[in-house]
Write a protein that binds this ligand. Structure first.
Ligand SMILES: [Zn+2]
Ligand SMILES: [Zn+2]
Length: 119
């Protein structure tokens, strides 16, 4: 699988990531499974807001991904396959998660946990 941003071959772990641009590819099922687990639900409650910026091709199928806001962090998502986080987006997700930590674990905490799998 190739990095949709710079075309480097992705390194395969639980989360696939790009050694060159530090982006990360996470399958939808993995993202939503971890979120559901954190929420104690069978199905994850996730709110994706549409955002407009140049779209990247899905690392799996090559179709243009939708840019969505995940707690105000714009990420690229293929509804059939997964979510692409650029390197700087990870930092923003972590920051947003910390802002919300006073209210207990959030969906973002679950997403952030995913990144520690390959850290
Ligand atoms: Zn890359
Ligand atoms: Zn796809």
């Amino acid at each position: 699988m190739q990095c949709p941003r710079c075309r480097e071959a992705l390194i395969v772990t639980d989360v696939q990531h790009c050694a060159r641009c530090r982006g990360a590819w996470i399958a939808n099922a993995v993202v939503e499974g971890r979120i559901a687990e954190t929420q104690g639900r069978k199905r994850a409650h996730v709110t994706w807001e549409r955002e407009t910026r140049d779209s990247l091709p899905c690392a799996s199928c090559g179709h243009a991904m939708e840019t969505m806001l995940l707690f105000q962090v714009p990420v690229d998502r293929c509804g059939d396959h997964g979510v692409w986080f650029d390197a700087g987006e990870l930092d923003r997700v972590v920051a947003a998660s910390q802002e919300r930590s006073a209210h207990g674990r959030t969906m973002l905490d679950a997403v952030v946990d995913l990144f520690w799998l390959w850290g």
